[in-house]
Write a protein that binds this ligand. Structure first.
Ligand code: G5P
Ligand code: MG
Length: 216
């Protein structure tokens, strides 16, 4: 659709809507969505070596060790080649941000700033189709048939790490580890922040921002 290759990173606390907004970016702009969480969860389902290594960290709300995630994500970026993409969930700390910046020129960082109280109520209602990463939310984005994936009809599940005590831990870890990463990107003039309580108010602003960037 657009000729210029655009490399974006989407940043935001757990449950802030990174996956939801990325899906809209994919539909509107044709970018590829590269989500570290989705890749790791697929590996857990497929019981790969990576999945077995990552499982306990994810379920308890800890980060998967940098070397494992970084290797996986850089391999995926290489596979994607010369195409526009949106990175979701990576980088997750300063060490990962350093490795990414040594390798890729990032054009924009989209920072989703959603209050914690909104996040906590959202994740309680989140249901996923784990094999594809498709996400639903009761009352916001309901599946057509309760409990079933719209595309495959397979059973939806809740994420192990969406339990309230694990969510609290993920939010705390996010604030601690991502503040320096955001500051680093901000110093380079790359961060655009979108604050709000609902995707319907945030998405039109992200869409306008990307239209200006990609076409400009
Ligand atoms: P993930 O998978 O990267 P998080 O914690 O960063 O996980 P998460 O939970 O996937 O982020 P999100 O993508 O930001 O959240 O949010 P989402 O799924 O789009 O939206 C949340 C819910 O709200 C959905 O149900 C959606 O439908 C709903 N929603 C959206 N908008 C609205 C709205 O306007 N109204 C309402 N009512 N609902 C709405 O990482 C998971 C784990 O993987 C490991 C770590 O262990 C991590 O904890 N990991 C890494 N470890 C090390 N390094 C990395 N780089 C790693 N990446 C992942
Ligand atoms: Mg997500």
């Amino acid at each position: 659709m657009y000729t210029k290759i655009f490399r974006a990173v989407i940043i935001g606390a757990p449950g802030s809507g990174k996956g939801t907004i990325s899906e809209r970016i994919v539909k509107t702009f044709g970018f590829l969505h590269i989500s570290s969480g989705d890749i790791l969860r697929q590996n857990i389902i497929n019981n790969t070596d990576l999945g077995r290594k990552a499982q306990d960290f994810i379920n308890s709300g800890q980060l998967v060790p940098d070397e494992i995630v970084t290797k996986t994500m850089l391999a995926r970026i290489t596979e994607v080649g010369n195409k526009s993409y949106i990175l979701d969930g990576f980088p997750r700390n300063s060490a990962q941000a350093d490795i990414l910046s040594a390798r890729e020129q990032i054009d924009a960082v989209i920072n989703l700033n959603i209050p914690h109280d909104v996040i906590i109520s959202r994740v309680k209602n989140r249901w996923i189709h784990a094999p594809s990463g498709r996400v639903y939310n009761i009352g916001f984005d309901d599946p057509k048939v309760p409990g079933k994936d719209d595309v495959t009809g397979e059973r939806l599940t809740q994420r192990e790490d969406d339990k309230p005590e694990v969510v609290a831990k993920r939010l705390q870890l996010y604030d601690e580890l991502m503040s320096p990463v955001l500051a680093w990107y901000a110093e380079r003039g790359l961060v655009s922040s979108f604050k709000g309580r609902e995707t319907k108010e945030i998405w039109p602003r992200v869409e306008r921002f990307l239209k200006d960037k990609v076409q400009g």
